[in-house]
Each structure stands twice: as structure tokens, then as C-alpha cells.
Design a protein around this ligand. Structure first.
Ligand SMILES: Cc1ncc(COP(=O)(O)O)c(C=O)c1O
Length: 356
């Protein structure tokens, strides 16, 4: 793929924040972005790296009406050796292609787009922060851009990648969060788009998240749509339980996002010889287990937060404390090991790091 390069001028050049403490996640953007367009008979074309800036979209652009889109989230790190690296980036572009199939979007050439991302990152490498716990969050997006409001599959698309230096996802840092189980709302249905990383899933989640926050909980734990018994995932993370020393996570049923951190936790846990199970988990099993002590830890796993211990689950107006409400040893072990690999501090037997 040939990429046209238009760099920022001296006046347009921005200064990365000196520190990311106090900077809200995903609110600062680097100097440049990557973009390309797709048209019928042309495929992907007009690839360019250009100054970060506003898109030119007609108000009739199809994505603004019918939400035909996909996005991804991955991170670049400054690693121990002083080099820069990505964590399992192919997994994100492969997931984006699975989302693309479901949302009738054109697929990407994983290697070409990864190469474009690396070129963008090399140009904006001074935006990859090196403070502890920080990284450069990468947001690839595909949008339907045909200017027509008749309902159909778009014939034009825009793909872009923007970069945002970020600190830890939760302002509390690596400390337990309190989560509310949603009984009233559901996120995804069988046969729907739950497994896809597309804006509609998040728009559908907002009200529950807002109500949970008003009650003092930081996120929502979703149950299955049909029986409201089976645990699915959290707003932006997959969920894990330590039950009788076994690491358990809900199996992928089509309404859960197949997280790359989830996959990494499962692979790492098995590599360590832990019992790891992907199966259906009911809310009753977990709440009973919290009461009788068989459930000793609950933690979320996702790119933004990496591992996020859960200190309390609220269900039907009742709070259920997890253990002593403190971060447990299994969550700590996964957090230390995953971040150790991501920052090049621990050996990477799986080849998860991709140098930029
Ligand atoms: C709904 C949802 N579940 C799970 C995850 C975790 O996925 P990953 O580990 O690939 O970031 C995310 C974040 O991307 C998410 O938005």
C-alpha cells in the first residue's frame, strides 16, 4: 500500500503532556492520523498519514443514521529496552474483520494495515509515553460514508487510526472497583451484534452505566438476554472468577466480546498449569460462592484497564463483597505478568509483543 505523507507544520505541532496523571482517558490526541477510503470497484485507496484533524462528512453520511461502523482499541508501549512495541495487534485487526463481516463493512488486509499503523507510530513515536503504567492507546475505526439516507449497505467507507496517550484507565488505579449487575437492561441478544466491536453495543449500554454510576458503581455486569441468569461481561471488560481455585470465565456465546486480554489470561493461566474453564456461569453460583467463600476473586480483563479487581457486586439492591474487598493474589499475578510482558520486563514466551 502506498501511503501519502503530509506532516504537521511547525505551528501545528503539539506538545505531548508532561505527565498523564490527571489527564482523562482518551482526551489528548497525537499530531498525526492515518486514513484511507473504500469504494466499490476500487477497494481501499487514498491511504495517507496527515495531521490529526476534523473529518469532512456530509450530514447524510450513512454511519450517522444507521451506525454501520466498527472500532478497535489496542496499545503501544515504551518497553524496557527503550524500543516501542504493540501487544498482539493482529488479534485486533482480525477481530475488526469479524466485526466487518457482521456489519457488512469491507475487510482490511491485516498486514497492510499493521504496516500503516507502524508507520504512523514511528512518525508520532514521541507521543508514546514512558511514565509508569502509561501507554499510547490506538483507535482504528471504519465508517460507512455513502451520502444517502435510504436504508441499505453503504457503498463507500472511511478507515482511520488516531492515537491517544493514556494513563491508568481507572482513576483509582489497580484497586478494586464496585460493579452493579444489570437486571433491568440487557446489552446483547443471541444472533445479534454482541460479539462485534461496534458503536451500537455501547450506545445500548449507556443508560445502565449511567444509572449504575449514579448509585456509586463504576460499571455494569451484564447478564444474558433470555434468562437473565448467565453472566456475560462488564461494560468494557470480560469477567473472571476464581471458584474453588479454578479460574472461570463465561464461554463465548456470540453475545460477548471476545477480548484479547481475556484470551491472554486464559492462555497464560493454562501455561502456568492453573485450572482454567470457559463455561456458562450463573449469577446465583457467583453470589452463593461469595457467601460461602468458594468464590475468592472476581476481576475484569480488557485492554484499557488490563486487569481490574472487583471488590463488590451489587444485585437486586444488595451488595455482595468479594473476599475482604481487596485485590486478590490471582488478579495480582495476571496483572503483573501481563503488564510485565507488555512493558518488556518479563520474557514473552508466546511472542505477543510486536516491535514497532
Ligand atoms: C464490551 C467489551 N468487552 C470486553 C472488552 C475487552 O476486550 P480487549 O481485551 O480486547 O480489550 C472490551 C474492550 O475492548 C469491551 O468493550
Amino acid at each position: 500500500m502506498e501511503i501519502r505523507l503530509k506532516k504537521v507544520t511547525l505551528e501545528q505541532t503539539k506538545t505531548p503532556p508532561e505527565t498523564l496523571s490527571g489527564v482523562v482517558f482518551g482526551t489528548v490526541f497525537s499530531d498525526h492520523m492515518f486514513s484511507m477510503e473504500w469504494g466499490e470497484g476500487k477497494g481501499w485507496h487514498s491511504a495517507q498519514i496527515k495531521p490529526y484533524g476534523a473529518l469532512r462528512l456530509e450530514p447524510s453520511s450513512m454511519v450517522l443514521h444507521y451506525a454501520q461502523m466498527s472500532f478497535e482499541g489496542l496499545k503501544a508501549y515504551k518497553i524496557e529496552s527503550g524500543k516501542h512495541a504493540l501487544f498482539r495487534p493482529r488479534e485486533n485487526f482480525e477481530r475488526m474483520n469479524r466485526t466487518a463481516q457482521r456489519m457488512c463493512l469491507p475487510e482490511l488486509d491485516t498486514e497492510e494495515v499493521l504496516d500503516a499503523l507502524k508507520q504512523l507510530l514511528r512518525l508520532d513515536s514521541r507521543w508514546i509515553p514512558d511514565e509508569d503504567g502509561t501507554s499510547l492507546y490506538i483507535r482504528p475505526v471504519i465508517l460507512a460514508t455513502e451520502e444517502a439516507i435510504g436504508l441499505k449497505v453503504s457503498s463507500k467507507y472511511l478507515f482511520f487510526i488516531i492515537l491517544s496517550p493514556v494513563g491508568p484507565y481507572y482513576s483509582q488505579g489497580f484497586n478494586p472497583v464496585n460493579i452493579m449487575v444489570s437486571e433491568k437492561y440487557i446489552r446483547a441478544v443471541p444472533g445479534g451484534i454482541g460479539f462485534a466491536k461496534t458503536g451500537g453495543n455501547y450506545a445500548a449500554s449507556n443508560l445502565a452505566e449511567k444509572e449504575a454510576k449514579e448509585l456509586g458503581y463504576s460499571q455494569v455486569l451484564w447478564l444474558d438476554a433470555l434468562e437473565r441468569r448467565y453472566i456475560e461481561e462488564v461494560g468494557s471488560m470480560n469477567i473472571f472468577f476464581v471458584i474453588n481455585d479454578c479460574v472461570v470465565t463465561p464461554m463465548l456465546t456470540g453475545s460477548i466480546l471476545p477480548g484479547i486480554t481475556r484470551k491472554s489470561v486464559i492462555e497464560l493461566g493454562k501455561h502456568w498449569g492453573l485450572n482454567v474453564e470457559e463455561r456458562r456461569v450463573t449469577i446465583d453460583e457467583v453470589l452463593k460462592g461469595l457467601e460461602n467463600g468458594s468464590v475468592t476473586e472476581v476481576f475484569g480483563a480488557g485492554t484499557a484497564a488490563v486487569i481490574s479487581p472487583v471488590g463488590m457486586l451489587a444485585y437486586k439492591g444488595q451488595d455482595f463483597q468479594v473476599g475482604k474487598g481487596e485485590t486478590g493474589p490471582v488478579a495480582i499475578r495476571f496483572y503483573k505478568h501481563l503488564t510485565g510482558i507488555q512493558y518488556g520486563k518479563k520474557s514473552d514466551p508466546f511472542g505477543w509483543l510486536e516491535l514497532i
